[in-house]
Design a protein around this ligand. Sequence first.
Ligand SMILES: Nc1nc2c(ncn2[C@@H]2O[C@H](COP(=O)(O)OP(=O)(O)OP(=O)(O)O)[C@@H](O)[C@H]2O)c(=O)[nH]1
Ligand SMILES: [Mg+2]
Length: 194
Amino acid sequence: MKITKSVFLKGAINKEQWIDDEISEVLLLGRSNVGKSTFINYLCNNKQLARVSSSPGKTQMLNFFAINDNGFRFVDCPGYGFAKISKSIKKQFVKMMDTYLLERRNLKLAILLLDLRRTPNADDLLMFNFLRERNINILIVTTKLDKLKKNDISNQERIIKETLLIINHIDIIKTSSISKIGYDAVLEKITEYI
Ligand SMILES: Nc1nc2c(ncn2[C@@H]2O[C@H](COP(=O)(O)OP(=O)(O)OP(=O)(O)O)[C@@H](O)[C@H]2O)c(=O)[nH]1
Ligand SMILES: [Mg+2]
């Protein structure tokens, strides 16, 4: 698949604002600053598409993007695990994500983004297990491959797999927004699910 067109549709906080149709959605999940918005922009070759945060924790809604007209939608969401946001915003975030993950029939694939340099933390594990327990299709994508030394890459990949206790049928795709490595593989995977 090639992405030839990408358009921002809307932001939504409540489920009443979701789009009512049958188009498949692919959700981008991950800690604040892992690179969710950057990932969408580079994959779509459209740097103005999703706002890349200068101050993490800012995007507090789900943002919907139409890909290849009605091919499918990307859904960008706020990062989790950002310490400095207030309790009430955190509560709102948890409610918004729970509702989407549990009730959204359009959701066909959740892409969990992990920074390849970091060991997955408690929040990552919580999210990963939440998705697994609810049988949501998961693709794990690591970001910032360009920031690692060659010798450290396989070691970090092993640490991530061990921490998440990854079973064999869950793939990990390593990506970098600098070299654009891994993007074709991600697009190929997406087509299997939408
Ligand atoms: N070197 C490098 N930098 C990256 C890569 N991906 C993202 N970044 C940088 O990481 C920072 C955070 O990226 P965002 O896309 O805003 O992260 P986010 O996950 O959307 O953050 P929130 O919306 O706050 O949850 C930006 O400065 C990006 O340029 C990558 O593959 N390589
Ligand atoms: Mg973002």
